[in-house]
Design a protein around this ligand. Structure first.
Ligand code: PLP
Length: 366
């Protein structure tokens, strides 16, 4: 139940990656038949991903990770600007937040504060100013599952006439929420959160929008992401994506059921639920005041039940997300359960029993 950290690579996707490593291991930049075969793998995966994102093939750029995609999108979009306002949220993933902190030397960064755990269109309306040069707001929060009203915000930005690209960290929303990314100007994705291999991500960049590359080199991906492609990972992602699309409704139904049962069961055990009621079904954040999240995590880990206390990347620091949603006092007690189609409903009572046992056996703190 830690699928927001990463997911199991589908067997078929792994097999496809192996095939690309052993049979068709050419360099897609090579000007011979073997290279063309590898290039075909990229083309095929690009097509599948573009369709799933609701954008065109030529608007997709493969990257080594979501982090690389995010860094290039944000830095590249403002590289030619000398100042102005960047609008974001107060609970972005470090892949966005750390870049913003760095840019704060030159730009004014306005971080929208969540209201009852969620970003509101109203706060965005108030933050918009004529000197806004970039908007970057995450689609689904990785710690609470809160969904940002991107559609309404993007519409508002367009109507305002302000010439600022809208980027979104879509890592936790892609293939889980219904959304056409062509509504936006840029979006960032990671394969390993949706049953693809690690080591590959993507940037959607609207046709006609030019950004400055942050990596210089061989000029792959139309000069935006130089470096030899990770063809096996890309090919595997294509297969995983097709499978996710085929199973989308069935997976969502199952994950919703799991989430509801977990929400109810945890509440009955005395948990405070930190996720908004209308959050993504894939993430559920709860806290047992008095019981350190870390202690419950370790107890469950001893039973081979894996959850998280916050995001895997910042597990050792106090959660900025909990602070942003006004629940700093609960930060030490927070637990994140995150689901995928690989979970089974039958796992729910087992996990709830283990949590109940943990509450009985673990010492409380003030
Ligand atoms: N953004 C969000 C919301 C995430 O959850 C993650 C990963 O945890 C990232 C960005 C960064 O992804 P990666 O580490 O694969 O680059």
């Amino acid at each position: 139940m830690d699928n927001a950290a990463t997911t199991k690579v589908f067997d078929e996707a792994a097999q496809r990656a192996i095939k690309a490593m052993t049979d068709g291991y050419g360099n897609p930049e090579s000007r011979h038949g073997f290279g063309f075969e590898a290039q075909k793998d990229l083309t095929e995966a690009r097509k599948i991903l573009a369709q799933a994102m609701g954008v065109t093939d030529e608007e997709i750029y493969f990257t080594p990770s979501a982090t690389t995609s995010i860094n290039t999108a944000i830095r590249g979009a403002v590289a030619s600007k000398r100042g102005g306002r960047i609008i974001s949220t107060a609970f972005e993933h470090p892949a966005v937040e750390e870049v913003l902190k760095d840019l704060e030397k030159t730009f004014e960064v306005v971080r929208l504060k969540p209201v009852e755990g969620k970003i509101t269109v109203d706060s965005f309306r108030q933050a918009l100013s004529p000197d806004t040069v970039l908007v970057t707001c995450m689609q689904v929060n990785n710690e609470t599952g809160a969904i940002t009203p991107l559609k309404e915000m993007a519409t508002l930005l367009k109507r305002s006439g302000i010439d600022a690209p809208f980027h979104s960290d879509a890592v936790q929303g892609f293939l889980k929420e219904d959304f056409r990314y062509s509504m936006l100007d840029m979006a960032s994705f990671a394969a390993h959160k949706v049953h693809g291999p690690k080591g590959v991500g993507a940037l959607y960049l609207r046709k006609g929008l030019r950004i400055k590359p942050t990596l210089l080199g061989g000029g792959q991906e139309k000069n935006l992401f130089s470096g030899t492609h990770n063809v096996p990972a890309v090919a595997g992602w294509g297969v995983a994506c097709r499978m996710m699309i085929d199973r989308k409704e069935e997976t969502l139904q199952k994950v919703r059921q799991i989430n509801e049962k977990m929400r109810k069961g945890l509440s009955e055990l005395g948990a405070v639920i930190n996720s908004p009621n209308d959050a993504s079904a894939y993430v559920l954040n709860a806290a047992f005041p008095g019981y350190l999240g870390e202690n419950i995590l370790n107890y469950l880990s001893g039973r081979e039940i894996y959850i998280s206390t916050g995001s895997a990347c910042s597990a050792k620091k106090p959660s900025r997300v909990m602070t942003a949603i006004g629940k700093e006092d609960l930060s030490r007690f927070a637990l994140r359960f995150s689901f995928s189609g690989e979970n089974r409903i039958e796992e729910v009572p087992v996990v709830l029993q283990a949590v109940a046992d943990a509450l009985r056996e673990i010492a409380t703190v003030r």
